[in-house]
Design a protein around this ligand. Structure first.
Ligand SMILES: Cc1cc2nc3c(=O)[nH]c(=O)nc-3n(C[C@H](O)[C@H](O)[C@H](O)COP(=O)(O)OP(=O)(O)OC[C@H]3O[C@@H](n4cnc5c(N)ncnc54)[C@H](O)[C@@H]3O)c2cc1C
Length: 374
C-alpha cells in the first residue's frame, strides 16, 4: 500500500457506500446497474483507473484496480461490471490497439460514455475457444460478422463489444481475430435476453447476436488478422487475477459478517461464538483467508512488475475461487436459517461465489494449464 492507494481506498469506500450498497435490491430487480452510474463513477476517476492519462484514464496500475475490487466487495456489490470494463476490455485496447484505436475508444470508456464487454463464449464453445463459430468475413473495407454469443457480462448495456471471431475458418487458433463492434453504429446487432442466474442478480449477463454486422476493417484490434488467440492467452492471466482478488475480498467479507453475527446471536443461553464448533469453523476459515491473502498479494506484486506467469495466475484463480466457495458455505451455515435469506448479505456472497469456479476459464481448465507446466 502507498499513500496514493490509501487515498483511493477512502474515496472508493465513501463513493461505493452511497452509489452501490443502498441500490442492491433495485439492481437485482432490473438485472443491471443504472446506465448513469458509469458516467458518475467515470467523473470521479474510478473507471479505467489503470489506463494512462493520455488516453483519458486514471494513470494508475493494477494495484489501483485491486483496491477498487476490494472496496466493491466490501460494499457488498457484485452488480457493477467494472472489472470486465476497466480491468479487461480497456486493457485489450491499450495493449493491442493501434494509436488511432486507443484514442478513438479509451477516453469514452474512461468517462463511462461507452460501456465495454468482451464476447468470447458461444452456445457451442466456452472452454474450447478455438472452436468458436462466429465469422468475420472481409468484404472490401469492411468485415461482415455473423454469429451468436452467450453469457456476456455487461451485455445489455455494452456499446463497445470486443468480438472473438474467425477471420479464417480453415485455421484453428491462428484463424481467430478480435474485432471491435460499436453497437450504436451498426445494423444487424441484437441483444438477447438478460440471463436469469443463480447469483450475480444485478449483472446484465446476456446473449448477443450478430447478423451481417458490418464494421470497418480499422476495427480489427491491432490491425493484423489471426492474432486473437495469442492476445486472449496473454490477457487471461490478468482476468484470472481479478477473479482471485475478488475471491479473497469476498472471503474476508464473509468472515467479518459471520464474526459479527456469532458474537450476537444466542442459542442455549450463550453466544454462538462460545460453542467450540463455531470457534473451530471460524478458526479454519480465518486461516484459509490469511493464506489466500498472502498468496494473492504476492501474485499482485508479481503482476505489477510483469512477472505473473500463466500457470501461477491459473493457480490463483482456481485456489482462491475454491476457497471462497468453501469459506462462504461454512460461514453461511453459522447463520442458520437466516443465512438462506436473500436479505442477508452472506446469502448473496454464497450465491455469487459459485460462478467464480466457472468463468474466466473453468477450474478444470486451470488444472490443465497448471498440470502442463509441471
Ligand atoms: C455469470 C457469467 C459471466 C460470464 N461472462 C462472460 C463474458 O463476459 N464473456 C465471455 O466470453 N464469457 C463469459 N462467461 C462464460 C464463461 O467464461 C464460460 O461459461 C466458461 O468458460 C465455460 O464454458 P462453458 O460454459 O461453455 O462450459 P464447457 O466448456 O461446455 O464446460 C463444461 C464442463 O466441461 C469441463 N471441461 C471442458 N473442457 C475440459 C477439458 N479439456 N478437461 C476437463 N474438463 C473440461 C468444464 O470444466 C466444465 O466443467 C460468463 C459465464 C457466466 C456464468
Amino acid at each position: 500500500m502507498t499513500e496514493d492507494l490509501d487515498q483511493l481506498r477512502r474515496l472508493a469506500r465513501d463513493v461505493f457506500a452511497k452509489e452501490l450498497t443502498p441500490h442492491q435490491e433495485r439492481f437485482a430487480e432490473q438485472h443491471s446497474v443504472d446506465r448513469d452510474l458509469w458516467r458518475r463513477l467515470g467523473e470521479l476517476g474510478l473507471v479505467c483507473i489503470s489506463i494512462p492519462e493520455e488516453y483519458g484514464g486514471g494513470g494508475g496500475t493494477f494495484a489501483h484496480e485491486t483496491v477498487l475490487l476490494e472496496e466493491q466487495a466490501r460494499a457488498l456489490d457484485s452488480s457493477w461490471g467494472n472489472s470486465v470494463h476497466s480491468g479487461i476490455v480497456a486493457h485489450y485496447l491499450l495493449n493491442y490497439g493501434t494509436e488511432e484505436q486507443k484514442h478513438r475508444w479509451l477516453p469514452r470508456l474512461a468517462s463511462g460514455d461507452l460501456v465495454g464487454a468482451i464476447a468470447m463464449s458461444e452456445p457451442g464453445a466456452g472452454s474450447d475457444l478455438q472452436s468458436v463459430r462466429t465469422r468475420a468475413v472481409r468484404s472490401g473495407d469492411e468485415y461482415v460478422i455473423n454469429g451468436a454469443k452467450t453469457f456476456i457480462t455487461n451485455g445489455s448495456q455494452a456499446d463497445l463489444v470486443i468480438v472473438v471471431a474467425k477471420t479464417d475458418a480453415d485455421q484453428g487458433a491462428h484463424g481467430i481475430s478480435l474485432i471491435v463492434v460499436e453497437t450504436e453504429l451498426v445494423e444487424g446487432f441484437r441483444r438477447g435476453r438478460v440471463l436469469d442466474k443463480l447469483g450475480l442478480a444485478g449483472q446484465d449477463t446476456s446473449e448477443l447476436f450478430f447478423d451481417d454486422v458490418r464494421v470497418p476493417v480499422s476495427n480489427l484490434l491491432g490491425g493484423q488478422e489471426g492474432q486473437g488467440f495469442v492476445q486472449l492467452m496473454q490477457q487471461l492471466p490478468q482476468e484470472r487475477l481479478i477473479i482471485a482478488v475478488a475471491a479473497v475480498a469476498g472471503m474476508e467479507m464473509a468472515l467479518e459478517l459471520t464474526l459479527d453475527y456469532v458474537k450476537q446471536r444466542q442459542a442455549f443461553g450463550r453466544e454462538l461464538i462460545k460453542f467450540q464448533n463455531t470457534k473451530f469453523e471460524l478458526a479454519e476459515c480465518a486461516t484459509e483467508v490469511a493464506v489466500a491473502r498472502a498468496f494473492i498479494d504476492q501474485c499482485v506484486e508479481r503482476h505489477l512488475v510483469g512477472k505473473l506467469d500463466v500457470p501461477t495466475a491459473a493457480m490463483a484463480k482456481m485456489w482462491a475461487s475454491e476457497r471462497l466457495c468453501r469459506v462462504a458455505d461454512r460461514c453461511l451455515q453459522l447463520f442458520g436459517g437466516y443465512g438462506y435469506m436473500k436479505e442477508y448479505p452472506i446469502a448473496r456472497i454464497w450465491a455469487d461465489a459459485r460462478v467464480q469456479k466457472i468463468y474466466g476459464g473453468t477450474n478444470e481448465i486451470m488444472k490443465e494449464i497448471i498440470g502442463r507446466s509441471l
